[in-house]
Design a protein around this ligand. Structure first.
Ligand SMILES: Nc1ncnc2c1ncn2[C@@H]1O[C@H](COP(=O)(O)OP(=O)(O)OP(=O)(O)O)[C@@H](O)[C@H]1O
Ligand SMILES: Nc1nc2c(ncn2[C@@H]2O[C@H](COP(=O)(O)O)[C@@H](O)[C@H]2O)c(=O)[nH]1
Length: 224
């Protein structure tokens, strides 16, 4: 894996956060992130690039940027990805420009990426990244979800089940773990994490000036 990451991003008085969701394939992170964004339209979804073929119904530029392997590797060479990795025999990467623009604009960004991507983002932007791991209730239900999704061949489902244990092995690298048994409860927990993380002191650099003014050490008035 190779990546070209910038350091922590400061946006005036508000630090955006990078909400990273990972899970074994089929545990529900895509569905959860889309519903979270529907409830919080100010969030931005990081649309990844991939060399895997589109599934039925997937739209280029909305679900993924679908690319040839040559085009993907050329973008790697240009330093166009925040991070990239090989997952299930295909390349996946986070395009850098849209994420940087959103963060600079003070917007929070949601990532649906694997443990390699989560680790890369956390290493380079430790103050900005919030990592959440989604667990399925059981491997039997995980297989059922992958099968019922009805978008992959039996061979692909088996390949993803074979990788499930190794993906789950990274669960303890994450800040939060959500058991996605009942979907509504899992979504509620995800929303609670987002709202609490948005309140963290480190994301509000304006507080320093405010407290200075409050205690008489700065200008009389500080507008947030
Ligand atoms: N709590 C839940 N109960 C039952 N079904 C669920 C639940 N959460 C998600 N699903 C269903 O499970 C399937 C897999 O979900 P989803 O595509 O979101 O998984 P994913 O983790 O993003 O997988 P991938 O890594 O392959 O993209 C979908 O059909 C989704 O509707
Ligand atoms: N490291 C990255 N992993 C990514 C990225 N985009 C998606 N993914 C992960 O790949 C698998 C498979 O996804 P699928 O859509 O083919 O089911 C899944 O774990 C995704 O989270 C990325 O940009 N970087």
């Amino acid at each position: 894996m190779s990546e070209a990451l910038t350091g922590p991003v400061f946006r005036g008085r508000r630090r955006g956060l990078m909400l990273v969701l990972s899970s074994p394939s089929g545990a529900g992170k895509t569905t959860l992130s889309k519903r979270l964004i529907a409830l919080n339209p100010d969030l931005v979804l990081s649309v990844s690039a991939t060399t895997r073929p589109p599934r039925p119904g997937e739209v280029d530029g909305e679900d993924y940027y679908f690319m040839s392997e040559d085009a993907f590797l050329a973008k790697v060479d240009e330093g166009g990805f925040y991070e990239w990795a090989k997952v299930f025999d295909h390349y996946y990467g986070t395009p850098k420009t849209p994420v940087e623009e959103a963060l600079e604009d003070g917007r929070d960004v949601v990532f649906d990426i694997d443990w390699q991507g989560a680790r890369a983002l956390a290493e380079h932007s430790p103050d900005d990244v919030v990592r959440i791991f989604i667990l399925p209730p059981s491997l039997t239900l995980l297989r059922e979800r992958l099968t019922k999704r009805g978008q992959d061949t039996d061979e692909i489902v088996e390949g993803r089940m074979a990788r499930a244990r190794s993906e789950i092995a990274h669960w303890d690298e994450y800040d939060y773990v959500i058991l996605n048994d009942d979907f509504s409860r899992a979504l509620e927990k995800l929303s609670e994490i987002l709202h609490a993380e948005r309140l963290r002191r480190v994301r509000h650099p304006w507080l320093e000036g405010f407290v200075e003014a409050l205690t008489g050490e700065g200008p009389d008035r500080y507008d947030n």
